[in-house]
Design a protein around this ligand. Sequence first.
Ligand code: SIN
Ligand code: FE2
Length: 198
Amino acid sequence: MFEIGGFEIHKARLDRPAQLRMVEELREVVRAAPLFAPVTPWGKPMSVRMTSAGRYGWVSDRGGYRYAERHPSGLSWPAIPDSVMAVWRDLVSRDRVPDCCLVNFYGAKARMGLHRDVDEADFTWPVLSISLGDTAVFRIGGLDRGDPTTSTALESGDVVVMGGAVRRAYHGVDRIRFGSSSLLGEGGRINLTLRVVD
Ligand code: SIN
Ligand code: FE2
């Protein structure tokens, strides 16, 4: 483990078999709660497709950014897979489970602008992020939007913990190195973020 700007980076935390098992479990999640194409509160399409597992899902549409108890179709969110929960237990807590596992799928052209994760009512728990598939160029900033930033590559199996002083720090994804991993036969990247919501 090393730190960049307070972000804990656990390189290759998941080996290939563990990544494959997790992808299989995520295919079940997506069958139960299909990926959808969110728009920002200002009506701009986001480039990722997303879904969630857990008590809450994170959604964005013209009604704003928020946690919702149901998928946009009205379906309830599936449970967070065991393989994902195990990473949380090992790196964050055995006493508190996450309320939401946001699943973001990045195709060749997807990115995620610099932002903070601040829609939760409780910031005492970290956000834990798991990367699967193609490498992302991950941007790490500070607590203010104008703070200097650096980037680091997040590869398949890497896990990042954003907690404590950097729980509300800026971060984003500049781009994907499409085709850099063979994990997902069809290419692309999956990012999971686990959050305690309330
Ligand atoms: C996010 O900040 O929600 C996603 C981060 C990532 O894709 O690595
Ligand atoms: Fe985020």
